[in-house]
Structure formats: structure tokens, C-alpha cells
Design a protein around this ligand. Structure first.
Ligand SMILES: [Zn+2]
Length: 489
């Protein structure tokens, strides 16, 4: 099979919703109904001057902007500017659904299928996984980010299972080299009501965040680390969902319009995993990024600890946006300011995480890297003030500069040089070195499926930190060693 082969995908679903997709070239028959309708023939228009052809091809995918329950956003067409084979499969990601994959591109070379069909779920999940990876690769200087097993020339892909089985969860497994998305019927609902976790943009982005972070910091997933290190993993997943949404111009524009450019207004952005959360009886989604939690309120429960970090970064984002929107109000559209500011902060968080310790990383380590890198890249001093304030208010770090202005609502949000007391400090201390979030065992009971995988609980932390493939026997190592000793007597 060659990559240029245009296979025709039959529509298989009976309860699918019709979608209209514009043809690539405008013309009287330019709207192509999906599935099955004959494609419009492009109208031949003479072009005496040669048209420059794009260097590389790409494909269109239809994805949910958030999830099926966020009806004000719905679904949209997205362009993936890399070669994707039937599957969908490319050099890094493959899709697996029994009886369905490989899903073939349609006659236009696109992965566009009726909403509600298994083919749609494959295409949506692949596209969101790919976009999350592309976002961080851009921040990584355009360089590929290895999966944890991509060592010594290994190029094994990650396998994505959109309908992996029944359950109210989703997870990343290094052993399986896979992302698995489960589906379930919420309690009290008729059996026909099925929530597919793969249909949530947030959940797919969150789980892919775990996979990418495990490639970058293989020593962070082990349950033997301090709760804050586990919190960084959970938070990175949620931040991936938030930053990926804000990397999409239509979502950024919708957010600005829905909230009148106030990021603290209740919105789909801060509510992560809406449909999934509602199905579990949590009206604000699975977790709320725009929260006010402090470290003293969350003990050693890793999911709650993660919300403290996510909340601090979200507040920094809101502060930076307020500053930049005021500064650029006469020169730039607010949606564009939001996209650029979110991208700059995402890059800063990404770089700070990469530069943080390989094991046992604490929130204060990431905060200090953010402060130093922000200074190094020449950001306005007020950016560092935002970072110091937000980490201090959440009891993560000491307040190196007074919080008086912030807490009395007097902060000068538009003064680029504002530091509180004239000092642009780039090194702060952990507020409480004895905090349970640093000292206790990790309680992962309320985390996503990834954090609860046995492989991250029982495999030797040093082995995890080294990168490389894991086998099932690595998980059972202790039992096997014991048996070996017993049987050799
Ligand atoms: Zn997670």
C-alpha cells in the first residue's frame, strides 16, 4: 500500500450525524457530504503563472473541540500538516481498534467521518494526540520528543486505543507503549448512554501529556517520589489540555467572546473534561484549573496537590493576559494576544520542567527555573512578580516580595517594571520543607488511570528513571525473584 493510495472509507455507523466538509477548491459543488457522496470535481481554472506547491502534504481531521457535551463549541475540521497513513498511523503514533482499524482516508485524502462513528473516534483521538505532540515539539525547538522507550535508535510508536474497554478512566502505560481510553455508562443512566473518554479533547490531551512527560522526565512517574513530583505529572496533563485548547485560534476566540476576555470568568477552558466530570457528578468537569487551593489544604493527595500547581499556572496566565491585553490593546486583537501569551507561558513551563531535577522535583524547583528563564529571555519584570506572587499565595514558596498589593487588590497590573518592592528576585525557597506534599507517601487514589498503574508503583524507581522499555516481568520482578529463591532451595 502506498501513501498516495486514496481508499474509500465506507460509512458504517447507523446513528451517525451528517457533516458537511468544504472541498479544497471552491466551486458550485464545493460542499461534500460525508459519508459516501461523490466528491465534487474541482473546476478547472487556467493558471498561466505556476502555483507554488506546498513542500509537504497533510490531511484534514474532524475533531471535537472539547467533548460532545460542550455543544456551543461542537466539532471542527483541523489540518494535520504531516503524512498520515491509513490507521491513522504515522511515524510516532498508531491507532488500534479491533474490527475498525486501519481506518482508511476518504477520497479527498482526509480522515473525516460522521460524529458518533468508531472511525470518527479513531481520527479524533489520533489528531488530538498528534496536536499535543506537535505543540511541545515546537517548544522543543522543532526537535522530536522521545517516548520513554525511544533509546539507542528505538523508534517504536505509541499505540492509541480509543475504545480500549469498559471503565470510567484512561491511562498511559510505558509497558504497553500505549494510551488506552475506556468507555462507561454513568450510574443511574440507561445502558444506551455511553461516555467515551476518547471523545474528550481534554482527556486525550491529558493522557498524551503523561506520555510526553515520561519521555522527558522518566524519573517523575515513580510513586516513590515526593507527592509534589506526582503532582507535577498530573498537572502537566491538565496544563497540556489547557495550552492545547489555547493553541487553537477558534477556541481562543470563543473564550475571549464568552468571558469578555476575563480568564477568571467560568468557562470551558478552566473546566477540564466536562462530559466525563459531569458523568461522575462533578458539574465543573473533572477538576477546576481556576481554583484557590493552597498546599496546606491538600495533604498528600496527589490529585489535589496537582490542582495547586495547575491553579498557580492558570493564575499566572490570567495575570499575564491582563497585562498584555492592556499593553497591546491598540495594536492587536485580544484573541491573538491570548494565543501568543499562552504559548509563551507554555514554553516557559515546558523549559522549566525540562531543566528541573531528574527525580524528586518539587514545585519550587520549577518555579525557580521559570523565574530564571523568564529573566534570561528578557520578559518584563512584572512577569516574575506574577510568578512569585502566585506561587507564594498558594503556600508553595516564601513571599520574596510583599504580597500586600496583591492581597489588597492594589497591584499595578499594567506596569511592566512592577516588582512590589523594587527587587526582581529569581530565587525563592519552599515555604514549608516539612509539608506532607514533600515528605509523605503519595496518595494516588483520586488520580487518573496513569498514576494508578502498577508499573509506576512497584518497578524500581532507578529503572524507571533510566528510560527504556518495560516488560511485564519488570512489574513482577519482586515476586519472580522470591520464587526463584524458593525454587532453588
Ligand atoms: Zn493523569
Amino acid at each position: 500500500m502506498t501513501i498516495h493510495q486514496q481508499d474509500f472509507q465506507e460509512g458504517r455507523s447507523t446513528r451517525a450525524m451528517p457533516i458537511e466538509v468544504p472541498a479544497q477548491r471552491p466551486g458550485p459543488m464545493s460542499r461534500v457530504a460525508v459519508p459516501g457522496a461523490a466528491p465534487a470535481a474541482p473546476r478547472a481554472v487556467p493558471r498561466p503563472v505556476p502555483v507554488p506547491a506546498p513542500a509537504r502534504t497533510g490531511h484534514r481531521f474532524m475533531i471535537y473541540k472539547q467533548d460532545p457535551s460542550v455543544t456551543e463549541l461542537g466539532a471542527r475540521l483541523t489540518f494535520v500538516p504531516t503524512v498520515v497513513l491509513n490507521g491513522p498511523t504515522d511515524a510516532r503514533v498508531r491507532t488500534e481498534m479491533q474490527g475498525v482499524t486501519p481506518v482508511a482516508r476518504n477520497v479527498n485524502g482526509d480522515f473525516v467521518f460522521p460524529m458518533g462513528s468508531p472511525q470518527f473516534d479513531c481520527a479524533h483521538t489520533f489528531a488530538v494526540v498528534r496536536q499535543a505532540m506537535a505543540m511541545y515539539e515546537r517548544h522543543n525547538g522543532g526537535n522530536p520528543i522521545p517516548f520513554a522507550w525511544n533509546v539507542g535508535g528505538n523508534t517504536d510508536r505509541i499505540s492509541v486505543f480509543p475504545h480500549a474497554g469498559v471503565g470510567a478512566n484512561a491511562f498511559y502505560s510505558r509497558t504497553a507503549k500505549a494510551l488506552k481510553f475506556l468507555f462507561f455508562t454513568p450510574e443511574g443512566q440507561p445502558p444506551t448512554t455511553v461516555v467515551h473518554t476518547c471523545r474528550s479533547f481534554d482527556i486525550v490531551a491529558h493522557e498524551m501529556g503523561h506520555a510526553l512527560l515520561d519521555g522527558l522526565k522518566p524519573g517523575w512517574l515513580s510513586a516513590a517520589g515526593p507527592p509534589q513530583t506526582g503532582g507535577l505529572h498530573e498537572s502537566f496533563g491538565d496544563l497540556t489540555a489547557i495550552f492545547l485548547a489555547l493553541a487553537q485560534p477558534d477556541q481562543a476566540e470563543a473564550l475571549i467572546a464568552l468571558t469578555k476576555a476575563n480568564l477568571h470568568d467560568k468557562s470551558f477552558l478552566a473546566d477540564v473534561a466536562e462530559e466525563f466530570g459531569r458523568a461522575l457528578g462533578m458539574p465543573s468537569g473533572l477538576r477546576n484549573a481556576d481554583n484557590d487551593l493552597k498546599l496546606s489544604q491538600v495533604g498528600n493527595e496527589v490529585h489535589a496537590i496537582s490542582q495547586v500547581f495547575t491553579g498557580a499556572i492558570y493564575d499566572v496566565l490570567a495575570d499575564m493576559c491582563m497585562f498584555e491585553m492592556a499593553r497591546q490593546r491598540r495594536t492587536k486583537d485580544p484573541a491573538l494576544v491570548l494565543i501568543e501569551t499562552a504559548s509563551a507561558l507554555c514554553r516557559l513551563v515546558f523549559d522549566a520542567i525540562v531543566a528541573s531535577p531528574a527525580t524528586g522535583a518539587r514545585y519550587v524547583d520549577v518555579a525557580n527555573k521559570m523565574l530564571q528563564m523568564s529573566s534570561g529571555r528578557g520578559d518584563p519584570a512584572i512577569y516574575r512578580t506574577f510568578i512569585r506572587n502566585r506561587f507564594a499565595v498558594r503556600e508553595i514558596t516564601t513571599a520574596a516580595t510583599p504580597l500586600t498589593d496583591l492581597m489588597s487588590g492594589q497591584m499595578k497590573m499594567t506596569e511592566a517594571d512592577y516588582t512590589g518592592d523594587g527587587q526582581d528576585i529569581t530565587e525563592v525557597e519552599a515555604l514549608d520543607g516539612l509539608s506532607a506534599s514533600l515528605r509523605a507517601e503519595q496518595d494516588r487514589s483520586r488520580c487518573c488511570g496513569t498514576m494508578q498503574m502498577p508499573e509506576y508503583q512497584v518497578v524500581d524507581p532507578e529503572k524507571l528513571a533510566k528510560r527504556g522499555s518495560l516488560e511485564d516481568d519488570d512489574i513482577l520482578r519482586e515476586d519472580l525473584d522470591e520464587l526463584r529463591r524458593a525454587f532453588s532451595k
